[in-house]
Write a protein that binds this ligand. Structure first.
Ligand SMILES: [Fe+2]
Length: 138
């Protein structure tokens, strides 16, 4: 007997290289779900700098009531630094069937070398983890 109102653990997906021989539909699926960390290669110790977490490079994710990017999170190693939460339609003006680039910029500072990763949560397709971005501190 199946329980009602149970929440399942979301599937966790990791950033994948999109190769030329991959089918277009698979490239689209992977690219629009993969978060990316955009940050400087080198920063000064304790000095604030901007880190942007953005979704996809070439493909756009839907932003509708039952299917949208709900959260973007920024980690340094295992430590959660920041979370942004989006309601459906926030990136598209609430238009039906619309797609939108979900993106957020956090202001952080580091005391030593950073190993930044981002995690996104799609309400239909689970958790997605970016590649690691190393930020050197001088
Ligand atoms: Fe999705």
């Amino acid at each position: 007997m199946q329980k009602e109102n149970t929440q399942q653990m979301p599937k966790i997906n990791y950033a994948t290289d999109i190769t030329d021989d991959m089918k277009e539909a698979k490239k689209d699926y992977l690219d629009r779900h993969t978060p990316h960390v955009v940050a400087p290669d080198r920063v000064q110790k304790g000095k604030p700098f901007a880190v942007t977490v953005k979704m996809g490079r070439d493909y756009v994710h839907p932003d509708v009531v039952d299917h949208h990017i709900q959260t973007l999170q920024l980690f340094n190693g295992d430590t959660l630094l920041a979370t942004a939460t989006y309601n459906p339609g926030a990136t598209t003006g609430g238009m039906d069937e619309a797609k939108g680039y979900t993106q957020v910029t956090f202001q952080i500072s580091l005391g030593r070398k950073g190993k930044l990763t981002a995690m996104s949560y799609c309400t239909k397709h689970g958790l997605w983890v970016s590649e690691e971005k190393i930020v050197e501190v001088e």
